[in-house]
Design a protein around this ligand. Structure first.
Ligand code: 11C
Length: 344
């Protein structure tokens, strides 16, 4: 039966994708409430040929709402998600606010959808770069065991918000016009220094932690262990921002536990798993790229190779649209599971 949905952060990059997916997938929506900050309220958006005026998100906004999809930044979630829960809504939160909170399930449906059933009002949607990696690792862990993961990422600017995409465009024009590039945002808006992203690579996504890793790297490490129920799994990450707009790509080294595993064995598991499209044929130059994955909801895997020295080591190339499977699509999938399994 149809439910009442609220989208918080409706005018943002992810919010807009969520609304489009709800429409495209013919999600069972009874009423749709679109919420935002005061600044963006009053804007008109369309859903199924209907004009909906965006309202300022307040605690009372959640009266009568069954599912609230939050994508307006961590501080908004911290403030308003508990208010939504208090009023009977189940929150699917796309920020890092509650991901590592013990009672909050952190869910990628292809990996741990059963965890949704344990929710106490809030379910967290993982970080984009984590989501696409665990989708690919799950079937391999199930079949061959997994002891170690070392990932290096190649991440799109849209992960840092729509304004980061604008900054890349502006800097590209400046560079090609032989002007000095103006950097005001990346790598991190609130940090002390800013560097050009156009024609560059920035080995900093989010702020540095005391251990020398960035917050994005620690998200990949901690979230992977939580989602996969594998506290003992060794995970290391290096996260890098590159000058393209959509999709994150990842070079991932894994060590399996079983002996005698072949590339063909990995292909078979990846090919059979839900949500994955295997694109791997060096003889015809078939492999996924950020551009080929953009706009698609699946996780694409290619370049599967056996390590030349470690008999249990393998290398993979994993690409997915960071705003779809990495954010909006995973959020809507969780909402769909809530309804289908009567976990509301
Ligand atoms: C990026 N992964 O590409 C980040 C964006 O924790 O949901 C997602 C931030 C988050 O910059």
């Amino acid at each position: 039966s149809a439910v009442n949905i609220a989208v918080v952060g409706a005018t943002g990059a992810v919010g807009e994708k969520i609304i489009k997916i709800l429409e495209d997938k013919d999600f069972p929506v009874d009423t749709l409430k679109l919420l935002s900050s005061k600044r963006s309220s009053g804007k008109e958006l369309t859903f199924k040929n209907q004009t909906i005026v965006v309202e300022e998100a307040k605690p009372e906004s959640f009266e009568g709402i069954d599912i609230a999809l939050f994508s307006a930044g961590g501080s908004v979630s911290k403030q308003l998600a508990p208010e939504a829960v208090k009023r009977g809504a189940v929150v699917v939160d796309n920020t890092s606010a509650f991901r590592m909170t013990e009672d909050v399930p952190l869910v990628v449906p292809e990996v741990n959808k059963e965890d949704i059933a344990k929710h106490k009002g809030i379910i967290a949607n993982p970080n984009c770069s984590t989501i696409q990696m665990v989708v690919a690792l799950k079937p391999l862990k199930d079949k061959f065991g997994l002891s170690r993961v070392i990932v290096s990422t190649y991440q799109a600017v849209s992960g840092a918000g729509a304004s980061a995409s604008t900054e890349l465009e502006e800097q590209s024009k400046q560079f090609l016009n032989k002007q000095e590039m103006e950097a005001n945002l990346l790598p991190v808006k609130g940090d002390k220094k800013h560097f050009p992203i156009a024609f560059n690579a920035l080995p900093q996504i989010d702020v540095f932690q005391e251990n020398g890793y960035t917050f994005e790297e620690m998200k990949m490490i901690n979230e992977t262990k939580k989602i996969m129920h594998a506290p003992e799994l060794s995970v290391a990450a290096t996260c890098v921002r590159l000058p393209f707009f959509t999709s994150h790509a990842e070079s991932v080294y894994i060590e399996v536990e079983k002996n005698g595993v072949t590339v063909e064995d990995l292909w078979n598991e990846l090919d059979a798993a839900g949500g994955i499209i295997l694109q791997d044929d060096p003889s015809t130059q078939v492999y996924p790229t950020p551009l080929s994955a953009a706009g698609k909801e699946e996780v694409f895997v290619g370049r599967v190779r056996k390590d030349l020295d470690n008999e249990k080591g393998f290398h993979l190339w994993i690409v997915s649209d960071n705003l779809l499977k990495g954010a909006a699509w995973n959020t809507v999938q969780i909402a769909g599971e809530l309804i289908q399994n009567k976990w509301l």
